[in-house]
Design a binder for this molecule. Structure first.
Ligand SMILES: [Zn+2]
Length: 252
């Protein structure tokens, strides 16, 4: 196989010198989701890491999960600050973290309750377009781990491979759905198959991002049916994470 492999994205011949590619990026956490040797060439791997995967940690929900848990970055230590959120610190029994974000607001809810609303915007330099491609990249490569490299090299996934590495036009946008997910594994993929679709859910630190690797247009309807958030191709506004805390007002 060595010397005969071709890059999944640009079809250039690869060699062991190209190094190993991870389906799940290590900027989220150390993991062993490596693709077979020669699956992705060095330049493509470098591009995907620096231009796409770097966007994942700026997404509000992911940034908050990383910083609350004090998860280490690629350097092995927690990030001092990410998207305006400082790393969580334990002080004996108490635990705190600071957010350089707009002032929380307090709203009156029904039945004498009060709501504290905290808004977490995306980190500086966030690109929603590149973020979308990053989650499609994880989905495609997770599928490669599950079904084998040849499977995702098939013509059915040609559009997905192009969208991830070199979209035309450059602002091409594919939809995705988002829902909270539980589970003990911080990063994994789940697969949904139905008819001509290849729908993959990527769980990143408690949030499930669902993409359709054939971009068939059915994901939006599926999201509505499942009552989960859907960001269609036309949604250009970056989602702001809203955290609510509700409490009953105490009157003396
Ligand atoms: Zn390549």
């Amino acid at each position: 196989m060595t010397g005969l492999s071709r890059c999944l994205y640009c079809t250039r011949r690869t060699s062991p010198a190209d190094g190993l590619a991870h389906a799940f990026p290590e900027c989220i956490g150390k993991n062993d989701s490596t693709l077979p040797e020669g699956a992705v060439c060095g330049p493509c791997n470098g591009y995907l890491g620096s231009k796409l995967e770097s966007q994942l940690v700026r997404y509000p929900q992911i940034a908050l999960s990383i910083q609350m848990a004090g998860l280490p970055g690629k350097s092995g230590v927690p990030r001092k600050e990410l998207g305006g959120i400082e790393s969580g610190k334990a002080h004996g029994e108490e635990w705190s973290f600071r957010m350089g974000i707009p002032r929380p607001s307090i709203a009156d809810g029904p039945d004498g309750t009060s709501q504290l609303v905290v808004e977490v915007p995306p980190g500086k330099g966030f690109s929603f377009l590149r973020f979308r491609r990053a989650i499609h990249k994880i989905a495609l490569e997770s599928l490669a781990l599950q079904e084998g490299l040849e499977y995702v090299r098939s013509p059915e996934f040609a559009a997905a491979r192009t969208y991830i590495k070199n979209p035309k036009p450059a602002d091409l946008s594919w939809g995705f759905a988002e829902a909270p997910s539980g589970g003990p594994r911080p990063m994994h993929a789940v697969y949904f198959e139905s008819g001509l679709r290849e729908i993959v859910g990527v769980n990143i630190l408690g949030t499930l991002f669902v993409v359709d690797l054939r971009n068939s247009g059915d994901l939006g309807a599926l999201a509505v049916q499942q009552s989960v958030n859907f960001y269609g191709p036309e949604v250009r506004e970056v989602p702001v994470l809203r955290l609510f805390a509700e409490g009953k007002r105490v009157t003396e």
